[in-house]
Structures are given as structure tokens and as C-alpha cells.
Design a protein. Structure first.
Length: 182
């Protein structure tokens, strides 16, 4: 199956679809129709089965700006946010379980976590049943191995990495300002 580069640009009420390799142009009303319209155009132009055509959108231009990079960034940030939400859930379960094991009252754990006492009970019960996410296991391991603050590096297509931040510098001592003589 051959893949063709496709460039998309908004013009008025239409999405214009350019296939540079064929020096061709077609259009679609909505963005979700672009891939289908491009594949159909290529298949008809080259007289090949639709199943033999794939497309790769290289740009999506709106008002002179390529919005594809922003779209990809938003998707990546959503994926990272999901990883962080899983980490927060895992750490909340760990924290609630540790406090419950230390016989801290559920209402106090509720106050510490900022959730209802019913949610604390759910967290403690789930703490034994749910396996921590990879990121949570990584953070818990790193916490025991490092003395300073930790930084999580999230890179697209790579597993999360935890690194130790340098110890914060101590602020320089400041002398007291002198009072002006009157």
C-alpha cells in the first residue's frame, strides 16, 4: 500500500485537499471527511483500488497558520495529563492506605486528601486490589532512592523518566537596609 502526502487548507466553507505528488486538488465540507476524500481522489486518479491507498496529512492550514502542530501538542498534553491523573490516583490510594494502616481516622484522612470520607474508604479498599501504574511505581521507587526533589520527564513515545533535581540553592543572606538619617 502506498502512502501519499496530503496538505489541507481552509478556504471559505471548504477544506481544500492538495495531493502534491499528483498535482491534484479536491475538497471536503468537514475535516473528518478529508482522509476519505483524499483517498478516493487518489484511487480514481490512479485507477487503483481504494484499499491500496493511504494518506498522511502533513499540514492543516487555517487563516495562514499550520494548526497541525498545535493539534498534536494538545493530544500529547492530554496523554500526559492522563498519565498524571493515574499517578495522582495511585498515590492517593497509597497515601490513604498508609494512613489507615497507621490507624488515622477516616475523617482525618479525608481532610488530608481533600476528598469525602466515603472516597477514602473506596481508596483504602482499592489499594489492595489495584496495581499501581508504571509511573506511580517509578515515582515510589525514585522517592526511596533520591534525597532531593524529583522531576518527571514525559516525552512522546518514550516511557516516563524520573530524575533527581539539584538541591535548591540557599538564598544569599541579605543585610538589613539602613535607615536614612533625617
Amino acid at each position: 500500500m502506498k502512502s501519499y502526502e496530503v496538505r489541507v487548507a481552509r478556504e471559505g466553507r471548504w477544506w481544500m485537499i492538495e495531493v502534491p505528488e499528483l498535482d491534484g486538488l479536491t475538497q471536503a465540507r468537514r475535516l473528518d471527511e478529508v482522509e476519505k476524500m483524499a483517498r478516493e481522489y487518489i484511487a480514481v486518479t490512479l485507477d487503483v483500488p481504494l484499499s491500496q491507498v493511504a494518506v498522511s496529512i502533513s499540514t492543516i492550514e487555517v487563516a495562514g497558520q499550520d494548526v497541525l502542530e498545535t493539534m498534536v501538542l494538545v493530544d500529547e498534553l492530554r496523554r500526559h495529563a492522563k498519565q498524571l491523573e493515574e499517578l495522582v490516583a495511585d498515590l492517593a490510594r497509597e497515601f490513604a492506605s498508609a494512613l489507615a494502616d497507621a490507624k488515622v481516622p477516616v475523617r482525618d484522612v479525608s481532610k488530608l486528601l481533600g476528598v469525602s470520607h466515603q472516597r477514602v474508604s473506596q481508596l483504602v479498599q482499592a489499594g489492595t486490589k489495584v496495581r499501581p501504574s508504571d509511573l506511580a511505581r517509578l515515582m515510589l521507587t525514585a522517592k526511596t532512592e533520591h534525597q532531593n526533589d524529583l522531576v518527571v520527564h514525559l516525552k512522546a513515545g518514550e516511557p516516563p523518566e524520573v530524575v533527581e533535581a539539584k538541591a535548591p540553592r540557599q538564598p544569599a543572606k541579605r543585610s538589613r537596609p539602613r535607615r536614612a538619617k533625617v
